[in-house]
Write a protein that binds this ligand. Structure first.
Ligand SMILES: Cc1cc2nc3c(=O)[nH]c(=O)nc-3n(C[C@H](O)[C@H](O)[C@H](O)COP(=O)(O)OP(=O)(O)OC[C@H]3O[C@@H](n4cnc5c(N)ncnc54)[C@H](O)[C@@H]3O)c2cc1C
Length: 336
């Protein structure tokens, strides 16, 4: 698209203000994250075959990493296996929560290509492989219901699925790093999406506060409980936004953004949740109805605390990074 990382992040914020806009403009997960992997790890042939149609919107994709029988919070635990047989990868495994699973033309499947207990680092034992959805042996079991409704987050069994060797992305063993690259940028984009949505929820809340009359004709905006909501939501949005932009600037400048990515991954969905919760409260019954986007925002905010790595895992990472510095006799520099 020719946008810098930061410009892309701002674009996410603007698009998220209107539900559906990101998907209209083709910059929605999981396609956006898959584009990131394809740009970095794909060959010119793969760019032509998969990346270009994905960016043109003529193809859809899914990212198939999480498994029902292993903790998604530790992707190194996956057991979906890919073995080389001549010039083909043969894939066997069980995945779920492959978003966009029904609409996708192809999946990027994270596979184990070396034994967990074999020699070599645990992070070098996975490979990302492109699997067209119509390949024999790709069995979509179901869309896993989410929040009580059917969904396109698919459970998929890969049963002796054969794809050409050239469908692998990057060198054998780079799959874990590719997943991290994908998720790192994706987390910033998702946070900017959340901020755009929070902004919308804030505007909706204020609109209602300025128009709804209660007990004796006074506007809600005159009530101090409600004024507290305005101030708390302002603080939540402003801090989430500044943290995320700071993180995006670090990513763009090449500074180490790891602690910041984890910090926004924890803080922003929780702030989003609080902001939408207040807006729902102000709107009363209408807030949980399907007439406003607030109810689905609320569910989305809650889900974000699990997806892209649960909060706890990110807290552990921040603590590790901080402690490592202090153990080395340095201190954390919040100014840089
Ligand atoms: C709507 C939605 C869409 C998704 N889309 C995709 C997708 O497109 N592709 C894909 O591959 N996956 C997808 N996922 C899966 C998601 O990435 C995983 O759910 C997530 O990584 C957590 O894995 P898990 O569900 O196996 O939880 P687990 O790893 O079993 O963790 C469960 C809980 O245990 C706690 N926990 C875990 N580790 C620790 C620890 N070390 N210390 C303390 N507590 C801990 C946390 O509270 C965590 O929430 C999606 C999930 C959702 C909900």
């Amino acid at each position: 698209m020719g946008l810098s990382f930061l410009q892309h992040a701002y674009m996410n914020e603007v698009l998220a203000y209107s539900p559906g806009a990101a998907s209209l403009f083709g910059v929605v997960a999981p396609n956006s994250g898959n584009q990131k992997i394809l740009v970095k790890y794909g060959t010119p042939e793969q760019h032509e075959k998969w990346l270009q149609p994905l960016t043109n919107g003529t193809m859809q994709s899914g990212f198939s990493m999480t498994e029902p029988d292993n903790p998604g919070s530790d992707p190194r635990s996956i057991t979906t296996r890919a073995e080389l047989d001549g010039d083909e990868w043969v894939i066997n495994g069980h995945k779920w929560f492959t978003s966009n699973g029904y609409a996708a033309d192809f999946y990027i499947v994270m596979c184990r290509t070396a034994d967990a207990d074999g020699s070599g680092a645990a992070n070098d034992k996975m490979t990302q492989i492109i699997v067209p959805k119509d390949t024999p042996g790709v069995n979509i079991v179901r869309g896993v219901p989410v929040w009580g409704r059917s969904s396109s987050h698919c459970e998929i069994i890969y049963d002796n699925v054969r794809v050409p060797k050239e469908n692998q992305l990057g060198r054998t063993g780079t799959g874990h790093q590719a997943a991290q690259d994908r998720l790192g940028a994706g987390r910033v984009y998702h946070c900017m999406n959340s901020i755009g949505s929070m902004w919308r929820a804030f505007d909706l809340m204020i609109e209602r506060l300025m128009t709804r009359e209660v007990h004796g004709g006074e506007k809600l905006e005159s009530k101090q409980f409600m004024q507290g909501f305005i101030a708390e939501s302002y603080i939540d949005i402003q801090s989430a936004r500044l943290m995320t932009i700071d993180c995006a600037e670090k990513m763009e400048s090449g500074a180490d953004p790891r602690a910041d990515i984890s910090a926004i991954k924890i803080f922003v969905p929780a702030a989003y949740h609080r902001v939408v919760d207040r807006a729902i409260q102000v709107w009363g019954a209408a807030g949980v109805s399907g007439d406003l986007p607030l109810a689905s925002m609320y569910q989305g905010a809650r889900t974000l605390r699990l997806a892209d790595g649960p909060d706890e895992v990110h807290k552990i990472l921040i603590a590790k990074l901080v402690l490592r510095r202090y153990h080395a006799g340095e201190a954390w520099d919040f100014g840089n």
